[in-house]
Structures are given as C-alpha cells and as structure tokens.
Write a protein that binds this ligand. Structure first.
Ligand SMILES: [Ca+2]
Length: 221
C-alpha cells in the first residue's frame, strides 16, 4: 500500500510538471516588421514616437528600423526573422525603447531575442541593457547587460523572469552610447498549465495506479 501511494505521488508529480507548457505571451511587433518599409530603406523614430505597434522610444537618441538589404554607411547583419530589425541608437548615440505588456500574476517567463553588432568595425560592439519594470522598479535586480564584440552576427540571448502581481510590466531596451546594437526576433514564452490534453492523460494515469492494488487483491483470492 505504501508503495502504491509512492507511485501515485510520483505520477501526480510528473503530471504537475508536464502540465506546464510553453505558451506565447502577448508581445507586439516582436521582430520590428511594422511598419513595413521598402526593401533597402530604413526609418528612424525619436523620443515619444511609436514603432509600428507596441514599442515607444524613450528619452534620448533615435531608434532605426533597418531593412534586409540596407547597405548605407556600414555593414549590417541580416534579420533573423522577417526582413527588418531595430538598431538601438542611431549613429551610436545613447537611446532606449520600451514596451508595456499586461501579464498575469505568478507566472514564469523566458524572454528571448537575437542581438548583433555591426559586421564591420563600427562602434564598440553591441551592448544592450535589458530591464523589466513593475511600477517603475526592476523585477530582475536591475538591467541585465548583454554584450557582443564587433563584428558579430545575430546571436540568441535570453532573460528569465517571474511576475509577482498581475498588471503592466515594462520591457526596456537601452543602449548606453558608443555601441552598435541591433535586435530582432523577440519572443516571450510563458509556462502556464495546459487545460485539456495533459489533464486527461494525468487522470488516466492516476486512475490506473489507484485501481492497480484492487486488481492485485482480487487476483490473489
Ligand atoms: Ca524582424
């Protein structure tokens, strides 16, 4: 009986783990495909302006949206998603851009994105100070600093975080000045319980384990 209980606890534990599945959270214009620019061109956005949908430029320098075959002044990396990416801080000037996201309480997230520097010797490499704020306070202990040497093509980066309260969280991307910082392909993945399929599997497993000793007891008579 003790053994059966242990197996039951184990199955319930496995079910609890597998019922948490990756779900894409709401992040607007995550790879800077809005607005849709003509191939080979670029556009720039100053403080207070919105980039397509979601991203708002903070105080400081300009944010550029660069298209795939734009070749002016420098050697640019190719976008990793779609045909546009963001250049944080036109002419290497300090700049920041943010997006407010409404998130539920008690959820863990992984934020992933791609970071690149110029492909020729422009700037001091890439540097992105990434912060996530709730009511103006960082929930990750201050900004995480991501860096790459120059030259460097796009490379995947990630930041984990958890929400304590439901509400509006601010994702802030800052380039402190002097760096050629390109970003693309943001993804925000939440670990939340999946309602149907895994629960059904777990019910079947638990019922099976609970019913097993009765079958054994019946067969011993
Ligand atoms: Ca893109």
């Amino acid at each position: 009986m003790f053994r059966t209980r242990m197996v039951l606890v184990f199955v319930v534990g496995i079910c609890a783990l597998t019922s948490a599945s990756a779900v894409r959270a709401q992040l607007l214009n995550p790879s800077f495909e809005e607005p849709d620019l003509a191939s080979g061109s670029f556009d720039f956005y100053g403080p207070g302006q919105t980039i397509g949908n979601g991203w708002i430029v903070g105080d400081g320098g300009y944010i550029d949206v660069i298209t795939d075959d734009h070749n002016q002044s420098a050697s640019w990396p190719d976008p990793t998603h779609g045909d546009q990416f963001a250049y944080i801080g036109d002419s290497l000037a300090a700049a920041n851009v943010f997006q407010d996201i409404i998130l539920p309480a008690g959820t863990t997230y992984q934020l992933t994105f791609d970071l690149a520097s110029f492909l020729n010797s422009v700037g001091n490499g890439a540097r992105l100070d990434l912060d996530i704020l709730f009511n103006g306070n960082s929930i990750i202990g201050g900004p995480t600093v991501f860096t790459l040497p120059v030259p460097h093509d796009f490379a995947a980066q990630s930041q984990d975080f958890s929400t304590g309260s439901a509400g509006t969280y601010r994702l802030v991307l800052t380039q402190p000045g002097g760096y050629g910082t390109m970003v693309d392909n943001f993804r925000l993945i939440a670990n939340v319980p999946e309602p149907c399929a895994s629960i059904l599997i777990c019910v079947v497993l638990i019922a099976g384990v609970a019913y097993r000793p009765r079958l054994r007891a019946a067969s011993s008579h």
